[in-house]
Design a protein. Structure first.
Length: 326
């Protein structure tokens, strides 16, 4: 990712917007000469779309030719817009409307990903997750940019709800991802790792439109940890990251989904005095006759609430009344 930091320094030293993304142009005497065009990598023969990346033995396995993929993701984070070769139709939202502010934030995100997350064995999916880990409020732009160049979320080793996966092993500094699918709105997920050696640190993120934002505080010097995350705000999955601070073997991992508790409603009877903070969820249940349906009404002096299915509340409200209909 040296191209990315080179472009950031170039801009800091006074490069124009049009020249920021051109690399090595001062070494060429003919018009338009350059090593790379980060904003349109294909112009100089580099790859710009992950599914089309170079997979051969040349160029050290494509270490330079494939750099255009991350370069273009960075450009799109900074200035927004569409893939220059229309490989995707995602119109990326820039990190900030001001180019220099956006450049500074994108450079910070990539710097933190390089120094505090990526390892020598990391791939493009890992680069996506590491930049998202440090994106903060800019996660939408970061996610859109990677998706626009064809780099999707880490699939992870699949886990089954409540089923222990045994015999996991990793070398020092290795990062292993696991994924538990099937979460519904309001669900929480609890994961545990247990191993007799090494030091495995676990982080969990709910991979909905706001994430993953990893949580869990690793314990020091141990491969035994437990953590719960939630509630999910959407139909989603949990992405579990296990970092080998020290190499480990025979590690067990298990994750379980816990559905939310709910309050029973009586048709036509109002529930009053409901008070939630922004982002908090509360669930309600009402019996519906066979072939029937239900309807609900909200009222309150402040905030903003929304419902769907078993009723998911997003903001403050005060009163709720539901009816079951035949």
């Amino acid at each position: 990712m040296s191209d990315i930091f080179g472009a950031a320094v170039d801009r800091q030293e006074g490069a124009s917007l049009s020249d920021t993304w051109d690399l090595g142009e001062s070494f060429f005497t003919y018009a338009g000469g350059k090593f790379r065009n980060m904003a349109d990598p294909a112009e100089q023969g580099d790859y710009d779309y992950y599914p089309d990346r170079y997979l051969g033995w040349g160029d050290g396995g494509g270490v330079h030719w494939n750099s255009g993929i991350a370069n273009l993701a960075f450009v799109l984070m900074v200035q927004g817009g569409l893939h220059p070769q229309n490989k995707t139709s995602i119109d990326v939202t820039p990190i900030d409307p001001d180019f220099d502010t956006s450049m500074d934030e994108a450079a910070r995100i990539f710097y933190m990903a390089n120094t505090a997350c990526l390892t020598p064995s990391s791939n493009f999916e890992m680069a996506r997750e590491c930049t998202l880990l440090h994106a903060g409020a800019h996660s939408t732009s970061v996610r859109e940019a990677w998706t626009a160049v064809g780099v999707g979320a880490v699939d992870g080793i699949p886990l089954e709800d409540g089923v222990t996966l045994t015999g996991q092993a990793a070398n020092t500094d290795d990062v292993t991802f696991y994924r538990l699918s099937g979460m519904e709105p309001g669900d929480t997920v609890t994961c545990s790792i247990d191993g007799g050696n090494g030091d495995a640190d676990m982080f969990i993120g709910i991979d909905d439109v706001f994430g993953p934002a990893y949580v869990c505080t690793p314990s020091s010097g141990s491969s035994t940890e437990n953590c719960s995350v939630g509630p999910a705000r959407f139909y989603s999955s949990a992405l579990i990251k296990v970092v080998a601070t020290a190499g480990y073997s025979n590690l067990d991992i298990v994750c379980s989904i816990t559905p939310p508790s709910s309050q029973s409603l009586t048709s036509g009877v109002e529930v009053s005095g409901i008070d939630l903070v922004a982002g908090e969820l509360r669930f309600f249940e009402i019996d519906i006759p066979t072939g029937g349906y239900f309807s609900c009404a909200l009222s309150g002096p402040n905030g903003d609430a929304g419902t769907y299915e078993t009723a998911l509340w997003r903001e403050k409200l005060s009163n709720l009344i539901c009816f079951s209909h035949r």
